[in-house]
Structures are given as structure tokens and as C-alpha cells.
Design a protein around this ligand. Structure first.
Ligand SMILES: Cc1cc2nc3c(=O)[nH]c(=O)nc-3n(C[C@H](O)[C@H](O)[C@H](O)COP(=O)(O)O)c2cc1C
Length: 353
């Protein structure tokens, strides 16, 4: 393996072997107010929802992780089988290896399972020419969607990651126009990868016809830390230093959910490890919660391990709904909550950033 495939494999290894989480757990700053007298039985709490026109058993999805190298096929198969059985959504990782080198198998495997919401993935930096690489256009986006029978295509924003890679794609000018062109023809959502989306960016994206936002805010997997570990392993002191400087960069995930609420469906993600945190995501304004690193170890093991982990997250969401007296997902969206600590300070910032 070399190039992009090697990099994809290294991201998985580093995420599993090193401490790549943000230092602060912003979800812990969000407190749901206890309802001592819920007007619903635990078993009657209705966790089902409709997201992007697709019926899900619960407002939960596994967001983009991987694809494009041999072991990724196993990971995506295990994730797809679990998501199909549990009736929740799934995004595949960047499909660039398939579009550039024809490495399609590890993505196509998702089609073997009846996943209710499937999301394809390409990077915003690939929408403009980078160094010697050509830009992806509408044909590539169509191919990415067909590859997995996708309901939506996610365009990921990852400039924090790119600055910490020696080989990083740092041309950003023109990405917005690229997203606009794709949005005219395809159902596009835009996702960050761990640094969050501000209100201004959310409004700009809404203005060009993007259909939803996955905030992937700070507080979970820090791609600056992931790249910093890769740089350290290679002895690249410059990238290691830059990654360390920006290790905690980003808008806290719960704050990004609130700021990015411009009337589009929102996926709350970035640091969600359990169902209570997922429920908090809905309570602060999201339509769905997203997890990546929380299921990565299980995804390398088996579909059963992924399914057990996700089933537990769903059960915890149901319990959080019960304990806030929320009979359904709509009521969870109105559940009383307070925001404390560093997250409260960010959220209390009056300027609309
Ligand atoms: C190993 C790994 C690989 C990832 N690869 C992609 C990717 O190819 N495309 C993408 O949009 N996001 C990618 N992500 C970002 C996740 O989708 C998610 O936004 C981010 O990890 C924050 O969620 P978490 O804190 O639950 O991990 C990746 C995450 C991990 C952990």
C-alpha cells in the first residue's frame, strides 16, 4: 500500500492506538433537566424519526470513517450490517481512492445491506485542482453516489487536517463554488470532520441549496492530533509542531449544533460516545446524532460487536428520553437543559459567529 491508501490505514491505526480525543468533553457541559414524573412508560418512548425522508428507528447514524484499502471492506461491511439491522444511517469514508484509483470494493460492500440512509463522501478540497491533482466534478459525484446507492452525498470540510499533513491539500478558494455546482444536481450535505461549523458558514451553505449539515464539532476525534501522531511516527517535526499547536482548535460540538441551526436538518457529532450525549445533541437542536470513533474498534472486530455497541447507545437514548419526560424525538428536541462550563461561555457569546 502507498499514498492515499496507506494514509487511510494509518488513520485507523493511529485513532485506535493513540489518544486522539480533544482534551475537553463539551457534551459533559450540557445537562438535561431530570423529570421525576414522566408521563410515559419507558417501553412506550418512541425513538423513531424521519431524516432526509428516510425512516430511522432512532435519530442516530455512523458518520464517515473509511474505505479504499483492503481492510476497509471488512470495516464497512460490519458497519453496514449493524446499521441495516438496527435501522439507522451510515456514511462511508472519503471515496477519493475509488474515484482516483478504482478502489471501489470496500465501498460497494455497503450495497449488500438494506441500510435505511446511506451517505457517500468526497472532500471539499477535491472540488478544486490541488497541486498536480485534477478537481472532481459532477460526474465524479454521481459515480460516488451510484457506488453505494447513496441517498445523499456528504462533502467534507477538513482544512484543519490538511494543514497538519506534509502532503495536505490547502487550496480552499473555489470549494464553495464547487459545492454550489454539485448542490444544483445532487442531494448534498456538508460535514466537518472535528472542528465544527459556524453560523456564518451554515448560512452560506444554506444559501446554495445544501440539504443538511453534520457539524462534527470539537470535543471528539481531533484530526490535528491524528495527523500529529502520524507526523511524530515519521519524524516530521514541523507537522508535529503545527498539529500540536492546533490540537484543540474548533467550535465545541454542542455550540456548533446551536450556531449552525439555520433551518436545515442538523447532525450533531464530534465526541459522541454514548446515548446520553446523543440525546443531548437532539436537545440542543439537532435532528440526528452521529458517531465515528465510538464504533471503530468494534468495526474491526465484527458486525455483532458494532450492533451491540450501537444498540446500547440507542437504549441509553431511550432512557435519556424517559428521564426527561420526552415521549418522542420531537419532545426530546424541546427537553429542558442547561449549558455550563466552557461550552456555556462559548454559547453565551452574543456575536453571531
Ligand atoms: C479513522 C477516521 C477516519 C475518518 N475519515 C473520514 C472521511 O474519510 N471523511 C469524512 O467526512 N470524515 C471522516 N472522519 C470524521 C468523522 O466522520 C467524524 O466527523 C469525526 O471523527 C468526529 O466524530 P467522532 O468524535 O465521533 O469520531 C473520520 C474519522 C475517523 C475516526
Amino acid at each position: 500500500m502507498k499514498g492515499i491508501e496507506q494514509r487511510k490505514a494509518e488513520h485507523i491505526m493511529v485513532t485506535l492506538e493513540e489518544d486522539v480525543a480533544s482534551a475537553h468533553d463539551y457534551w459533559n457541559d450540557v445537562k438535561l433537566v431530570h423529570d421525576a414524573l414522566p408521563d410515559v412508560d419507558l417501553d412506550d418512548v418512541d425513538t423513531s424519526t424521519v431524516l432526509f425522508g428516510r425512516k430511522l428507528s432512532c435519530p442516530l447514524m455512523v458518520t464517515a470513517i473509511t474505505g479504499g484499502y483492503p481492510e476497509a471492506e471488512k470495516i464497512n461491511r460490519n458497519l453496514a450490517e449493524a446499521c441495516a439491522n438496527l435501522r439507522i444511517g451510515l456514511g462511508v469514508g472519503s471515496q477519493r481512492p475509488a474515484l482516483e484509483r478504482g478502489a471501489r470494493k470496500s465501498y460497494e460492500v455497503v450495497k449488500d445491506f438494506d441500510v435505511p440512509l446511506k451517505v457517500g463522501n468526497i472532500g471539499a478540497p477535491q472540488l478544486v485542482p490541488q497541486k498536480r491533482k485534477r478537481a472532481f466534478g459532477t460526474d465524479d459525484a454521481h459515480k460516488a453516489m451510484e457506488m453505494i446507492d447513496a441517498d445523499l452525498l456528504a462533502i467534507h470540510l477538513n482544512f484543519l487536517q490538511e494543514i497538519a499533513q506534509p502532503e495536505g491539500d490547502t487550496r480552499a478558494k473555489g470549494c464553495y463554488d464547487g459545492i454550489r455546482s454539485l448542490s444544483r444536481e445532487l442531494p448534498i450535505i456538508v460535514k466537518e470532520t472535528g472542528a465544527g461549523i459556524s453560523r456564518r458558514v451554515a448560512q452560506r451553505l444554506k444559501g446554495i441549496g445544501v440539504q443538511g449539515l453534520d457539524v462534527a464539532g470539537a470535543g471528539g476525534t481531533s484530526f490535528s492530533k491524528v495527523e500529529g501522531c502520524r507526523a511524530a511516527r515519521k519524524g516530521d517535526r514541523r507537522c508535529e509542531r503545527i498539529a500540536d499547536t492546533f490540537a484543540e482548535w474548533g467550535i465545541p460540538a454542542p455550540v456548533s449544533v446551536m450556531w449552525a441551526d439555520v433551518g436545515l436538518p442538523i447532525i450533531a457529532s464530534g465526541g459522541i460516545q454514548n446515548g446520553l450525549q446523543a440525546a443531548k445533541g437532539i436537545a440542543v437542536g439537532a435532528d440526528c446524532a452521529g458517531v465515528a470513533r465510538a464504533v471503530l474498534r468494534d468495526a474491526l472486530e465484527s458486525s455483532k460487536a458494532v450492533e451491540e455497541r450501537l444498540a446500547l447507545i440507542i437504549e441509553e437514548m431511550r432512557i435519556a428520553m424517559f428521564l426527561t419526560g420526552s415521549r418522542d424525538v420531537r419532545e426530546l428536541g424541546r427537553a429542558e437543559h442547561i449549558i455550563t462550563g466552557a461550552t456555556g461561555e462559548w454559547a453565551g457569546c452574543e456575536r453571531e459567529i
